[in-house]
Design a binder for this molecule. Structure first.
Ligand code: ZN
Ligand code: ZN
Length: 448
């Protein structure tokens, strides 16, 4: 998507971009309510009122106060600031808002007809979109500097996705290896969808938190920039003490602002815990990192579903029965090596996260990676991270169980949310937080 927005409303340099959000796809019909009048691409006026858009032979039949059938409609509000519309998806399987209140949106709307049915796209100003998604994601109880830092990184991340800042690449496994990583799959008719696949977006309806809305407004257009380009500002829950290099989780690229460093003041560990000895002491004698925090009051402000069972993510333990591990590999990865008898680290990143792990079974062996694939394969859901030490119970040659002792939650690349919350709680400003997590990146207003 290096050519910019698919929506066709590419902003001139310095102007706020629009983002094309797919609200509904492949449905037989959609109910719409225009709360103000809209104009189509031919200059015809569509008055406020209730409309029904139906799929009609790879076209859209739009009926209501005005009626017309066409392959596509592009409607812009007559008054750009005040234009609003509501959507109700009547056919469709898992639209998350179906049981909820009707959703109201600002900006333009497009109706696209094709063999799959009707798609409805909202062309919305980037700041309006951000305000909506950050209000759904962030707790208003978070420290204000954390909310501001998050507004900047969400904006940067989004712009980086639209601009295709990080070049694509495919895994290059050696013989006997299976390497995978997971990135958001691109959409072809819009930039992002409105569901959890991209970021949950519910239009104006979710803008419920004045604190969060203020954090977005006060950082309007502010973006992390390095070498003249927007930074792809990744983030995860808890780095575990050291942040990780981009290539441990995704493509084999060196991304200068997404490299490993100690998440604290001063120098941290002498050497990166990339070997088992170094990693053991990193697990057993954790450094005084920002995210080495057990303050339940602070954690509950940033983790909405925080409870005691999710408290131990800076250092954690998981016991995996050998039979259970064998079954997980078969069910989740279609990997049949016979009963699992050993797990051997092949390569660790500089935060200690496993990039490649050798699985040895009674009938064969396989090296798997990268970090998210390892986490996915060895848990009914996901392990907290791939930064773990492997110990065994029972006979060394044929263990009964594997004991994983790990650090951190998530891929650990970029900003560490727990560490950033602690920095904010200690009174650091959002600029200092961003400076810590994205070394060498400058904070600039990408548009006004
Ligand atoms: Zn999506
Ligand atoms: Zn951290």
């Amino acid at each position: 998507m290096s050519e910019g927005l698919i929506g066709g409303h590419r902003a001139p340099p310095g102007a706020e971009p629009e983002i094309a959000v797919g609200l509904v796809s492949d449905v037989d019909q959609v109910k719409l309510r225009l709360l103000s009048s809209f104009m189509d691409a031919d200059g015809a006026r569509w008055p406020a009122g209730d409309y029904l858009a139906r799929a009609a032979d790879e076209a859209v039949a739009l009926s209501g106060p005005r009626t017309q059938t066409a392959p596509a409609f592009t409607l812009r509000p007559e008054d750009a600031r005040a234009g609003r519309f509501c959507v109700e998806a009547t056919i469709g399987i898992d639209f998350h808002w179906q049981q909820q209140e009707q959703q109201t949106f600002s900006g333009g709307l497009r109706l696209l007809g094709d063999a799959g049915g009707v798609a409805l796209v909202n062309d919305v100003a980037l700041e309006d979109y951000l305000r909506s998604v950050i209000c759904s994601e962030m707790s208003a109880a978070s420290p204000p500097a954390l909310l501001r830092a998050h507004a900047v990184i969400s904006r940067s991340w989004l712009l980086a996705q639209l601009r295709g800042v990080i070049a694509p690449g495919a895994p290059q496994p050696a013989a006997g290896e299976r390497l995978r990583w997971y990135d958001r799959e691109a959409h072809d008719r819009f930039d992002v969808c409105a569901d959890d696949h991209c970021q949950r977006y519910q239009g104006l309806t979710r803008i419920a938190s004045p604190e969060v809305a203020r954090a977005v407004a006060e950082t309007h257009g502010l973006t992390l920039i390095r070498d003249g380009e927007v930074c792809d500002a990744r983030f995860s829950k808890c780095c575990g003490g050291l942040t990780e290099d981009f290539r441990v989780a995704w493509q084999d690229h060196e991304v200068p602002y997404l490299t490993s460093f100690f998440d604290g003041q001063g120098d941290g560990p002498v050497a990166p815990p990339t070997d088992d000895g170094g990693f053991r002491s990193f697990i057993e004698r954790p450094p005084a990192a920002y995210c080495n925090c057990e303050d339940p009051a602070l954690l509950s402000t940033i983790l909405p579903s925080y409870d005691q069972s999710t408290a131990d993510f800076f250092r954690w333990r998981v016991r995996l029965d050998a039979d259970q591990a064998t079954a997980l590999l078969r069910d989740k990865g279609d990997i049949d090596l016979g009963r699992l008898i050993a797990m051997e680290p092949v390569e660790r990143g500089r935060s200690g996260r496993l990039v490649r792990l050798r699985l040895r079974g009674e009938r064969g062996e396989l090296v798997v990676g990268k970090e998210l694939e390892i986490r996915r394969l060895l848990s009914p859901s996901h392990l907290y991270s791939s930064a773990f030490l492997i110990e065994t119970e029972g006979p060394a040659a044929r263990p009964d169980a594997f004991l994983l002792r790990g650090a951190g939650w998530g891929h650990g690349v970029g900003l560490c949310q727990i560490g950033a919350a602690v920095m904010a709680d200690q009174g650091q400003e959002y600029q200092a937080i961003l400076d810590h997590y994205y070394p060498g990146a400058a904070l600039e207003r990408w548009y006004t």
